[in-house]
Design a protein around this ligand. Structure first.
Ligand code: UDP
Length: 330
């Protein structure tokens, strides 16, 4: 299949590009490089630097490259930013997605894969999270993902489009061999921050809250490897052959880890101590979030290959150690 990977120079998109190649598909990358890194695109993969809302460029690419499926990873992801500047997130994550869908209609491409998030579920949802729980996001970011999920429901019914929605839990890790990995600016995620401490780039880190109703008092999250996420997406392609189909899957390992467990894993893998200070709870954090991925497992025959925290942290460490300043910074 010819697959247009929108946001293919970003963290999850770039890993998906490589997994598409492994699976024998032809990835074509569309990225405006606002957040993405050109260096992450493998040699020989077609790359178009354009905005997903540039409809004349997108329609031309869809036609010229004979695209069969569009995978959409291009989104702003910072929850705190979404609360300070919700319109920025709505414009990028919702309005531009509508433009992309319109371009697909114009070009006659009707298969769509969308990266959503477990943040579409509300605070009152009790883990493990199943796909049928109501959409009740508590952030503007989560709401933008929920909005697109609803839009896709209508579009699949109205236009005979087929779509697969994947709700990620905590995407983490890096490609085998540390060739590509996570490089966000600013970095807010737990594993890369702990690794920055191990690398001596930060003196210490903060643990946001140790008074949660969890075994060690810190938040529980479901860390799932980016390559495993990518493989699930690709496994859904055959299901998209049926027009009008809407699929929704949670993707996590189902085994949560606490903040302190992650810090310990980074200490073990790096062999360095990770000093930390306890800080107040971070606004918007739920005590515990982990997936029930039974549906992806049974429908897509998907099993995470990285099924331990240690294996995920090892892969992240390989990337950060070999690229301490990310992709392109000296
Ligand atoms: N966290 C932390 N210190 C940090 C970054 C994150 O204690 O410097 C905690 C955060 O409060 C949450 C967990 O680590 O409980 C995972 O946070 P992250 O931002 O990686 O992902 P999220 O679950 O928010 O998507």
């Amino acid at each position: 299949m010819n697959v247009l990977v929108v946001g293919g120079a970003g963290y999850i998109g770039s890993h998906c590009v490589r997994q598409l190649e492994v699976a024998g598909h032809t990835p074509i990358v569309l990225d405006n490089l606002v957040k993405g890194h050109k260096e992450s695109i493998p040699e020989g993969v077609a790359f178009h630097q354009a905005d997903l809302a540039d409809s004349s460029a997108v329609v031309k690419i869809l036609k010229d490259e004979a695209i069969d499926i569009v995978m959409h990873f291009a989104a702003f992801i910072e929850v705190a930013e979404s609360m300070q500047d919700p319109l920025k997130h709505y414009e990028n994550n919702v309005a531009k997605t509508i433009s992309l869908l319109q371009s697909m209609r114009e070009a006659g491409v009707n298969k769509f894969v969308f990266s959503s998030s477990c943040t579409v579920l509300g605070e009152e949802a009790k883990p493990p999270f199943t796909e049928d729980m109501p959409l009740r996001p508590i952030s503007a970011y989560g709401q933008t993902k929920a909005d697109v999920e609803v839009i896709l429901d209508y579009c699949t019914k109205a236009y005979g489009m087929s779509a697969a929605i994947f709700r990620y839990f905590n995407a983490s890790g890096a490609a085998e061999g540390g060739v590509i990995g996570e490089d966000h600016d600013p970095e807010t995620h737990l594993i890369p921050i702990a690794i920055q401490v191990a690398l001596g780039q930060r003196e210490k880190m903060l643990v946001f809250g140790d008074d949660y109703p969890t075994p060690d008092g810190t938040c529980l999250r479901d860390y799932v490897h980016v390559d495993d996420l990518s493989r699930a997406h690709i496994a859904a392609f055959p299901q998209l052959e049926e027009t009008g189909k809407l699929l929704t899957y949670n993707l996590g390992t189902g085994t949560p880890a606490s903040v302190l467990e992650i810090i310990k894993a980074v200490e073990e893998v790096s062999g360095k101590p990770i000093p930390y200070d306890l800080a107040p709870r971070r606004a918007g954090d739920v005590p515990s979030a982990y997936a029930d991925s039974a549906k992806a497992k049974s429908d897509l025959d998907w099993t995470p290959k990285y099924d331990t925290i240690r294996s995920i942290v090892e892969s992240a460490w390989a990337w950060h150690q070999s690229h301490p300043n990310g992709y392109d910074k000296a």
